[in-house]
Write a protein that binds this ligand. Structure first.
Ligand SMILES: [Zn+2]
Length: 163
């Protein structure tokens, strides 16, 4: 099957960091209804994500988000994959808006247990406890752009993913 042409990823990405990104995105949708991040810079040591937020957000929200993300990680959910067609993917709760309607190309759906489902071709851990612990060490709200930026890092990640 051809590679999906969307959501391209750096092949060197660090699976625990990137899988944490999936959980954070879903947690933001569930807790604050922001939708997934509009801008992401995900690196091995530290990462940042920007979310659209019409109301100011700050330390309280960061704490709630961190609690929710670490709660999900501790459930040790399995990360599983479904490779299917764009048409068949419509039955899943994923954003297909960036894929043409008449596309016959393969898409890959990544599921983090029953918590998150999205289209992605990146690298992930096998189960969520391998992520370790997410620490949101700073956040900033930009009222002009209606964006909330968080920065996070991981501690206690599975050494399997370290060099
Ligand atoms: Zn991914």
């Amino acid at each position: 099957m051809p590679n999906p042409q969307f959501n391209s990823h750096n092949k060197e990405e660090y699976p625990p960091m990137h899988t944490a990104e999936h959980i954070i995105n879903r947690a933001m949708c569930r807790l604050f209804n922001t939708g997934r991040s509009v801008n992401a810079h995900v690196e091995r040591k530290k990462s940042r994500l920007d979310f659209l937020a019409t109301q100011p957000m700050g330390d309280k929200e960061a704490r709630l988000l961190e609690e929710e993300v670490n709660r999900v990680i501790q459930l040790d959910l399995q990360v599983t994959y479904i490779t299917t067609t764009r048409q068949a993917a419509e039955q899943y709760d994923v954003d297909l808006s960036r894929i043409p309607h008449d596309s016959s190309e393969a898409v890959r759906i990544v599921q983090v247990g029953d918590y998150d489902t999205c289209l992605c071709i990146g690298s992930h851990v096998a189960h969520t406890q391998q992520i370790g612990r997410v620490e949101i060490y700073s956040n900033a709200y930009d009222p002009e752009r209606a964006r909330w930026r968080i920065r996070y890092r991981l501690t206690e990640s599975d050494p399997t993913y370290n060099d």
